[in-house]
Design a protein around this ligand. Structure first.
Ligand SMILES: [Zn+2]
Length: 301
């Protein structure tokens, strides 16, 4: 009589599980939060999806960043495009999510969720590079320009559109061979160590560079290291940066759609030759552009 006994026990367990589920005020458990890509590494962009039916607002915190979610077209699924900085340490982390609802006394937190997320090692390479000495040891005049550039960038990254401006997946900015150089630890002239926080495309001078997605051009000007640089704000802290242009075709404040011409690639700034350096930034974190290009966002918005 082993069979029926097992059946009774599993039926009892099943009913317990069901009653536990029904007792919850909202269908909002671990399985209803998903991250894509699922395997999270330093440098991963992450599409975070939360099911929160009836929510007025959803926000969160992860690794010192505040995350503002936006509702999908069904108003049941909420999304955030976030990520893990290329320099983030591996190990456990906690994604906190708060689901807000409207009540008689105003907005209140209906559900708080702590989602454990492991940051896995990313295995980036180490490379050596030789550039003109002035880029490693800039003279006082050049240092003044570098400081002025830093101020401009700080100002630009301090404010971002309060809603996502992108629509659908991100597209490669050029028709040119990409490299897997993101995250490479670089030694400049055997001295200055830096991490390559973007993706290089082997674009000959004059290659048309296009907007990867819709947004607002927040910077379109020459900078010391970046050369002729174009930065697009895609909203909620997501930016794409294109560097070393020979010619810029857009103006600061201009709204662009995916595929719009930003300019022509070149070899301005700190370079060893013509190429497009393309970077993805989220709230100060640099993310792997190749992974963003692989992220399917067509059904998100
Ligand atoms: Zn580069």
């Amino acid at each position: 009589m082993v069979g029926p006994r097992i059946f009774r026990i599993s039926a009892l367990l099943l009913s317990l599980v069901w009653s536990a589920k029904l007792a919850m005020p909202l269908e909002f458990d671990d399985k209803l939060v998903t991250l894509t890509p699922e395997y999270v590494t330093a440098g991963s962009p992450e599409l975070i999806r939360v099911t929160a039916d009836g929510a007025t607002n959803v926000s969160g915190e992860w690794m010192g960043h505040k995350i503002q979610f936006f509702p999908g077209t069904d108003h049941v699924t909420w999304f955030a495009l976030a990520g893990v900085d290329v320099e983030a340490p591996e190990g456990p982390s906690t994604l906190k999510i708060h689901e807000y609802r409207d009540g008689p006394q105003g907005l209140y937190i209906n559900t708080d969720l702590n989602e454990p997320i492991d940051i896995h090692p990313a295995h980036y390479r180490t490379g050596k590079l030789t550039v003109p000495p002035k880029f490693v040891e800039p003279d006082p005049e050049e240092q003044t320009q570098i400081a002025a550039d830093a101020e401009i960038k700080t100002k630009i990254f301090a404010s971002t559109a309060a809603e996502p401006l992108w629509h659908g997946s991100f597209h490669a900015p050029v028709h040119a061979a990409p490299t897997d150089s993101f995250g490479t630890r670089r030694m400049f002239n055997g001295k200055l160590a830096s991490i390559h926080k973007g993706m290089d495309f082997r674009a000959p001078k004059g290659t048309v560079v296009r907007a990867a997605n819709s947004g607002v051009v927040v910077l379109a000007r020459p900078l010391y290291y970046e050369g002729n640089c174009v930065i697009i704000d895609h909203g909620l802290g997501i930016y794409t940066l294109s560097m070393h242009f020979s010619h810029i075709d857009v103006q600061e404040g201009q709204h662009v759609s995916a595929g719009d011409k930003l300019g022509l690639s070149g070899a301005t700034g700190r370079v060893t030759g013509p190429h497009l350096h393309w970077a993805v930034r989220w709230q100060g974190a640099y993310l792997d552009p190749a992974k963003l290009l692989r992220l399917n966002l067509t059904s998100v918005r």
